[in-house]
Design a protein around this ligand. Structure first.
Ligand SMILES: [Zn+2]
Length: 297
């Protein structure tokens, strides 16, 4: 009897290890999935809910998202309310206690970075989608090491036995990232002081890092589509304060950008905003390679 119990425990333990050995990680966006994959490698299974070419503020929810979150051991979100328009009902319906906000299986990356544009008055009265501050912090490549460190620590908490592997992968990643940062910083140095117009405040962290000045956005407010009145004012502003280019992301309408650029005689440049937003951006490294290369045109 004792033997049977011991062998049953051993069998159960082996099964549990095989199930728990491969953490099921679900992320809101592809860039987070890629960061998790760089650390977890074959020790974790990662799925991103949103697609890299979609508007991150308004991901169309699918029933499959609920099933994925229901099976997750860890849910990692960007946070700073970037997912507020689509994620809360998915978490609620998935009804998975392990990934509820506040639990160890829920990770909000915005908690470990310093946000910019945090308003004093938390009002969404104007339709502002950035009511908690600008949520696009991951587009400063110098923020990536902190995000990777945070993800590694959480993976370690959830799977102690695989922790040494995660930590080794993290060391390799951070070393490679430091080398790439030097290259990107050097490539961006000549652009310091450049003035641009962007569609939405996607690139404010990137601009802040490299001294680029976005004189205005095509949107009158974050999340509010361009209006003729605003674009006319914007063109007048840019005639006084010449800009190098009009920048937009792959999911944003080119119509308003081309209209303004044509009036000003400047190019429009489409930039990646997430992993998989363009075919040449399959991972976090190529995201910044392409962003730096395109903006340097
Ligand atoms: Zn935004």
């Amino acid at each position: 009897m004792v033997k049977f119990v011991i062998s049953a425990i051993l069998v159960w333990g082996a099964l549990a290890q095989s199930v728990w050995g491969n953490l099921q990680v679900v992320t809101s966006y592809p860039y987070i999935a890629d960061l998790a994959q760089q650390i977890g490698k074959d020790q974790i299974s990662v799925t991103a809910l949103g697609s890299g070419s979609w508007d991150p503020h308004f991901v169309p929810p699918k029933p499959s998202f609920i099933a994925k979150v229901r099976r997750a051991d860890l849910l990692i979100i960007n946070g700073a309310e970037n997912e507020i328009g689509w994620m809360p009902p998915i978490i609620k319906r998935a009804n998975n206690p392990q990934v509820q906000p506040g639990s160890r299986g829920f990770l909000d990356l915005s908690a470990v970075v310093e946000l910019i544009d945090v308003p004093n008055n938390l009002s969404r009265a104007n339709g502002d989608v950035h009511a908690a501050g600008n949520p696009h912090f991951y587009l400063d490549p110098h923020n990536i090491p902190t995000l990777v460190q945070t993800i590694t620590e959480r993976l370690c908490e959830l799977n102690r036995s695989a922790c040494p592997i995660y930590q080794k992968n993290q060391r390799v990643f951070q070393e490679t990232w430091s080398q790439r940062l030097e290259v990107w910083d050097a490539q961006m140095r000549p652009l310091k002081g450049r003035k641009v117009i962007q569609y939405h405040k996607n690139y404010d962290y990137f601009f802040k890092r490299y001294g680029i000045h976005s004189i205005n956005t095509l949107e009158p407010l974050p999340g509010i589509p361009p209006t003729t009145k605003h674009l006319v004012n914007l063109i007048e502003q840019a005639q006084q304060e010449p800009v190098h280019s009009v920048l937009l992301s792959v999911y944003q309408s080119k119509k308003a950008a081309n209209f303004v650029a044509q009036k000003l005689g400047t190019p429009t440049i489409v930039l990646p905003h997430d992993v998989n937003s363009l075919k040449e951006v399959p991972d976090i490294f190529s995201l910044f390679d392409t962003l730096v290369q395109r903006i340097s045109q």
